[in-house]
Design a protein around this ligand. Structure first.
Ligand SMILES: [Zn+2]
Length: 350
């Protein structure tokens, strides 16, 4: 084993020893998303000497990420996350291989990417991505370590192990209602840190495989960080699960453009000063009537959700706003799906 000295503290553990460290050095892990969960997971996996680590992220580092995405520094703002993380992790541990994929995970590339690694870490924050990860993980037979945070709540499980349940055993389909993500609901960095770090721990347990380890396969670990009350729930395989009941060949990858596209933000100040833009108020009619931004048009989010396709100019910028900037973000996703490219969300709302 090369660089034995670096891993001295963990090799000392009877559960790891040289044998366990060799397993870590020979293992590969693919992390989907270098965000609040991915950053701490990646740091601990690289530091522990996982031989090959892949990072998939098409997004760029934004200043609001730095509060929790601890791989990045202020100097990384504007850089692609996968590449910035690769540089940082290589500096942390030059003895391992870090592979950056500056692209979005889709049903086109998921199988190929998953086939190259032993374990998948889910560092995403939306249902569509988690379904895609799940279905590709089941199809390729790779365990995936699921993590999720909302407010002060964290959840973690290991899905798609041989004989264990998958994510769809728990959630067969995406909920119809809109579930806010971190950008909308808010998050403390340390909450993401605890869940992401625990995901790294589960990966290490799966790789080393000591008899005393009980990875969270078939279990859902939940923690409320208001009180640190935590529970481990048993998750049986669902006999009606759409993925687990099919033979592997019949599984079709669920992918929809619901995977949240990146929506750039614009401040109310800058929105007021743009001349070549269409401004749209997506609040409901009663809210619109109580006051609105001068020159704005009204198209309620509820109409867009019912399938209304407005005829807007495609050659100029479209700025969306609502009361607080949450509904307008959802509307922006819908318009993106309708093929509008140049969309901005007004920060903070009306
Ligand atoms: Zn299942």
């Amino acid at each position: 084993m090369k660089n034995k000295h670096r891993y001295k503290r963990q090799v000392t553990l009877p559960e790891i020893q040289t044998k366990g460290q060799e397993k870590l050095n020979n293992a590969s892990v693919l992390c989907i998303g270098a965000g609040g969960l991915g950053c701490p997971a990646l740091l601990y996996l690289a530091a522990a000497g996982i031989g090959r680590i892949g990072i998939v992220d098409f997004d760029t580092v934004d200043e609001t990420n730095l509060q929790r995405q601890i791989i990045f520094t202020t100097n990384n703002i504007g850089q692609n996350k996968a590449i910035a993380a690769q540089n940082h992790l290589t500096a942390l541990n030059p003895g391992i291989k870090i592979e950056a994929y500056a692209e979005e995970l889709t049903n086109k590339n998921a199988i190929n990417l998953f086939n190259k690694y032993d374990i998948i870490i889910d560092g995403t924050d939306n249902f569509a991505a988690k379904f895609l990860i799940n279905d590709a993980a089941v199809k390729t037979g790779k365990p995936f370590i699921y993590g999720s945070i909302l407010g002060f709540d964290g959840q973690l499980s290991v899905f798609a192990t041989a004989g264990g349940p998958c994510y769809r055993c728990l959630f067969p389909e995406a909920p119809k209602t809109h579930i806010p993500n971190c950008a909308e609901a808010g998050v403390i960095g340390a909450v993401a840190g605890i869940v992401g770090t625990t995901q790294a721990m589960e990966a290490i347990k799966l790789i080393v495989g000591h008899e005393s380890f009980r990875p969270l396969s078939g279990k859902l670990w939940t923690i409320d960080m208001h009180t640190m009350q935590n529970r481990i729930l048993t998750l049986p395989q669902n006999p009606n699960c759409p993925v687990c009941t099919g033979t592997k060949e019949e599984i079709t990858l669920h992918y929809s453009s619901q995977i949240c596209a990146y929506i750039p933000e614009i401040t109310p100040e800058n929105a007021k000063n743009t001349t070549a833009a269409v401004i749209i108020d997506v609040r409901e009619i009663e809210e619109w009537q109580t006051g609105n931004i001068k020159n704005a048009q009204h198209i309620a989010l509820s109409k867009l959700m019912q399938g209304h396709a407005p005829d807007l100019p495609r050659d100029c910028e479209i700025i969306l706003y609502c009361q607080r900037g949450i509904r307008s973000k959802q509307a922006a996703q819908i318009l993106k799906e309708q093929g509008y490219e140049n969309i901005k969300n007004m920060t903070g709302g009306y």
